[in-house]
Design a protein around this ligand. Structure first.
Ligand code: NAD
Ligand code: UDP
Length: 316
């Protein structure tokens, strides 16, 4: 296959745009699909006009008919305020959207990789979380459109694999950050960095003792592409993330120190069902791909701070 035709959905979003960058550079013919709900065309500007890049504005809850060899399905709002703003549509994206991708993959005999999430583990009672853990998830809470939606998507994918022999791959992505997130994305790293740079109060939800493990985007993309290239039959799920674990107060203090900001830490109510702890067990990814994250939090934050600093100055 000289030039694989690869569909990336959610391509104008944070992670999707890194996939476009890597696969265009590797010589794939990239078909970038996005409905531009949280995605930004600015993330794709560098590729416009390239002969091996095309953009299609499309919502994956509607069927899509294209000639493709492989699909990376990253379409879905990922930030709690965004996925909760229209929960019914988030659910459709995760279930009907994924079923549409399955149909497209079936028709083309194409490989389909699904961006799943650590949210499949809910508020985990097992720590760190291995892939074998079934999770602790509230099916009727405000996060369910996303976490139960992504769990349902995994079910759709596994059933399509067992029933139709579809070539599938599942990656459970843990909190990932870096340049090209939106300033108003709403997730914690972009919130704290933008607040610190603007001299605004940093908004800690709850007591700040809850933990997350933060992976730098380029590290994550390395393992996603290894998974996408892995042998047929290896479906995963595979945990992908950085096991370094931090409380939200530690993150806020580090960002204040690195930006030299005089902003204050302020405490706000914890949203319901907010997981108290999260850390990936990445033994499988290490064994299978010899992969582990290379970018420590401080180094990744430095690049992220530089990105938002530049972004804020050019908006002024
Ligand atoms: P993002 O919000 O920046 O990107 C999502 C993109 O998908 C946006 O461009 C949005 O417009 C597009 N989109 C959403 N619904 C769509 C639909 N129905 N049809 C077409 N396009 C649609 O978020 P992100 O952080 O880049 O996340 C990308 C994927 O990775 C998501 O599926 C998310 O669930 C998954 N993920 C991300 C993380 C993380 O920490 N970044 C963690 C776990 C899982
Ligand atoms: N959080 C916070 N302040 C913010 C945004 C988020 O304290 O301005 C907290 C949030 O309550 C959660 C953690 O940071 O405990 C990570 O939140 P994020 O939305 O980034 O990711 P997720 O909860 O989906 O892991």
């Amino acid at each position: 296959m000289s030039q694989p035709r690869t569909l990336i959905t959610g391509a104008a979003g944070f992670l999707g745009s890194y996939l476009v960058e890597r696969l265009v550079a590797q010589g794939h013919h990239v078909i970038a699909v996005d409905c531009l709900h949280t995605g930004q065309m600015a993330n794709l500007k560098a590729f416009e006009g390239l002969p091996n890049f095309e953009f299609l504005k499309h919502d994956i809850i509607e069927p899509l008919d294209l000639k493709v060899d492989g699909i990376l399905n990253f379409a879905c709002p990922a930030s709690p305020p965004h996925y909760q703003s229209d929960p019914y549509w988030t659910w459709k994206t995760n279930v009907i959207g994924v079923m549409n991708m399955v149909e497209l993959a079936k028709k083309n005999h194409a490989r389909l990789l699904q961006a799943s999430t650590s949210e499949c583990y809910g508020d985990p009672l097992v720590h760190p979380q291995p892939e074998s853990y079934w999770g602790h998830v509230n099916p009727i809470g405000i996060r369910s459109c996303y976490d139960e939606g992504k769990r349902a998507a995994e079910t759709v994918m596994m059933d399509a694999h067992r029933q139709f022999g579809l070539d599938i791959k599942l990656v459970r992505i843990f909190n990932t950050y870096g340049p090209r997130m939106r300033a108003d994305d709403g997730r914690v790293v972009s919130n704290f960095v933008v607040q610190a740079l603007k001299g605004e109060d940093l908004t800690i939800y709850g007591d700040g003792k809850q933990t997350r493990s933060f992976c730098y985007a380029e590290d994550l993309i390395d393992v996603i592409l290894k998974m996408f290239a892995s042998e047929k039959g290896f479906t995963g799920p595979v945990n992908t993330g950085n096991p370094g674990e931090f409380t939200m107060t530690e993150l806020a203090e580090l960002i204040l120190q690195m930006t030299g900001s005089k902003s204050k830490l302020t405490y706000h109510p914890l949203p319901s069902d907010d997981p108290t702890q999260r850390k990936p067990d990445i033994t499988l990814a290490k064994q299978k791909f010899g992969w582990e994250p290379q970018v420590p939090l401080k180094e990744g934050l430095k690049k992220t701070i530089e990105y938002f600093d530049h972004w804020l100055k050019t908006q002024a």
